[in-house]
Design a binder for this molecule. Structure first.
Ligand SMILES: [Fe+2]
Ligand SMILES: [Fe+2]
Length: 234
């Protein structure tokens, strides 16, 4: 299984994702994607341009694809497409920050750094990203911030919105193929809990293959979903 990496796709600022188009050249198409005027074209453009300056090109394009996927997935479960789009767009805002700076931000914003974060600092980008968006980008949507904070390690207390962002990150159309990706894409649009369970199982197998630990919060998320499944609730 490949848990990261993107296809060499001719995706720049213009993306066609099945029933939706995300074009950041004006911000207008993104607004059309979500079908909402919660944020103005200028606001979308501001966020997109700021993010573009923050990330490497391939990462920025990944974020745009996650935004589109998240809007679509959220829409299929009756969730807020606009805010899912925003969470998808900004989820990796801290992903290109060096480890030293991630630790510095973690200290500044009182983010817990355990042995898992010390041995694999990149996982801090989720919590640090949410903190940066709160304190330095003036994003105050708690649901968006929570989904961003949980998009890497997961957690037992993920609601549908958080699950949408977690899964959209994995199934966005630029992801490198791995056996099971197409099925996970299909399952994500059918049952979020079961898709989460599958994706956690796959990531555990991948981590085992790499000889890397499983984060206790990811294990707790998995155990929670197994209990829910056994109780016939997912
Ligand atoms: Fe990420
Ligand atoms: Fe991502």
């Amino acid at each position: 299984m490949v848990m990261s990496g993107y296809l060499e796709a001719p995706l720049r600022n213009d993306l066609l994702l099945e029933d939706k188009t995300v074009v950041f050249s004006t911000g207008a198409a993104l607004q059309a994607t979500t079908g909402s005027k919660l944020y103005s074209e200028e606001q979308w453009l501001f966020w997109a341009q700021k993010l573009q300056k923050t990330l490497h090109e391939a990462r920025y394009e990944h974020c745009v694809r996650v935004a589109g996927e998240a809007a679509c997935l959220a829409g299929s479960f009756g969730l807020d497409k606009t805010r899912a789009c925003l969470a998808g767009l900004l989820h990796d805002v801290a992903r290109d920050i060096c480890f030293e700076t991630l630790f510095a931000y973690a200290e500044r914003y009182n983010i817990m750094v355990g042995p898992e974060e010390r041995s694999n600092p990149i996982i801090l980008h989720a919590d640090v990203g949410a903190a940066l968006l709160r304190h330095e980008w003036a994003i105050d949507d708690e649901e968006v911030l929570k989904a961003i904070a949980l998009h890497t390690v997961a957690s037992p207390n993920m609601d549908n919105f958080c699950q949408v962002i977690y899964l959209a990150d994995i199934i966005e159309p630029g992801r490198q193929e791995w056996p099971g990706l197409q099925e996970l894409r299909k399952l994500s649009y059918e049952n979020l809990d079961q898709a989460m369970l599958w994706s956690l199982q796959e990531s555990f197998a991948y981590l085992k293959e790499c000889g890397t630990f499983i984060h206790p919060r990811a294990q707790a998320a998995y155990d929670y979903l197994i209990r829910k499944l056994k109780a016939g609730k997912c």
